[in-house]
Write a protein that binds this ligand. Structure first.
Ligand code: PBE
Length: 310
């Protein structure tokens, strides 16, 4: 099932690529002298955008990172970030692309937005958004002694980036039914699950609570963790929260663990705030990334190519 979808995606990408190539050729003919012209176009684009970044949830780690970028980049002086939700951002992105209008969005990967739309990250020469992010597993202090079996499994859970990307695409094609997509993944990957649970004794209905943030990658990985722990006899509750509450809940012991922290850039500040009050079990996904992104038809490559408002 995954295979055929990837093939379809391949065909779509090839089509998109040829359209893009055709589009570029035309642009070059109409605008042969680059330079000043490009600068003027960029200023117009920033103005057309009303110097606004289309952001996501106010409580997202990235919302704070976007504000940091606005503070640090001269090119973003006077810009504002419009916050609402990831879903609203995706709708606005889709609408802009349909009309071939400019838009700058808060973007992160893995996420299906990069498979669905032709968008590109803007270069971040100041490194505000960091380079590679790791999605990390944290546990409350004492979980290792209280629930060694759950602890061992949580410690072992890891997804390769392409696996997660495939799953997120599946979720998008299945109405974001993460329970279903996670169950199918577990059914199809019993060998991996067997590695995670090897030598771990089953329990009889021990309750465990996992906190998760409201974004797709975490919904998938946490639902997989839930199913695997259930298979081992645990009674698993998933509690969706904001990043700040996630750290607080694990630090105070209200929740047992989380697979949702993004490190080091996205949730680094929260991590530091609660450091020492939780246990870090290491990455469950590597190669994640956050940043600002634009549709590929926009003629800019870097955050520095935007223009300040004045
Ligand atoms: N995100 C996706 C989250 C973490 C996962 C980048 C939107 C955030 O900003 O907190």
């Amino acid at each position: 099932m995954f295979n055929s979808n990837w093939k379809k995606l391949g065909i779509v990408s090839i089509l998109a690529l040829s359209l893009l190539v055709a589009g570029c050729g035309q642009a070059e003919q109409e605008d042969p002298d680059g330079g000043d012209e490009q600068k003027e176009t960029t200023a117009n684009v920033s103005e057309e955008l009303e110097y606004t970044i289309t952001g996501i949830e106010p409580g997202a780690g990235q919302t704070e990172t976007n504000e940091k970028a606005i503070d640090e980049y001269e090119s973003l002086a006077g810009w504002e970030q419009e916050t609402s939700s990831a879903a609203a951002m995706l709708t606005e992105l889709g609408n802009a692309i349909e009309k071939e209008e400019p838009i700058v969005v808060a973007a992160w990967s893995p996420h299906f937005m990069f498979a669905k739309h032709d968008i590109k990250y803007l270069e971040d020469p100041k490194g505000v958004f960091g380079e590679e992010e790791q999605i990390t597993t944290i546990a409350r202090k004492g979980l290792k002694d209280a629930m060694p079996n759950a602890y061992t499994i949580l410690d072992r859970i890891h997804f390769d980036l392409p696996v997660l990307e495939e799953a997120l695409l599946q979720a998008q094609q299945n109405n974001f039914d993460f329970e279903k997509v996670s169950q199918e993944w577990v059914d199809d990957n019993q060998e991996t699950v067997a590695e995670w649970t090897e030598g771990v004794e089953t329990v009889d209905g021990t309750s465990i609570d996992l906190v998760l943030t409201p974004w797709d990658a975490e919904k998938f990985t946490t639902n997989v963790a839930k199913i695997v722990l259930q298979q081992q006899g645990f009674d698993v509750t998933l509690t969706p929260v904001d990043p700040a509450v996630m750290f607080e809940a694990v630090a105070t012991g209200d929740s047992d663990a989380s697979l949702s922290p993004w490190m080091p850039a996205t949730h680094g500040k929260l991590y530091e705030e609660y450091e020492g009050q939780f246990e870090d079990l290491g990455e469950n996904v590597t190669g994640a990334r956050i940043g600002l992104a634009v549709p590929t038809y926009m003629d800019i490559e870097s955050i520095d190519d935007l223009e300040p408002k004045n």
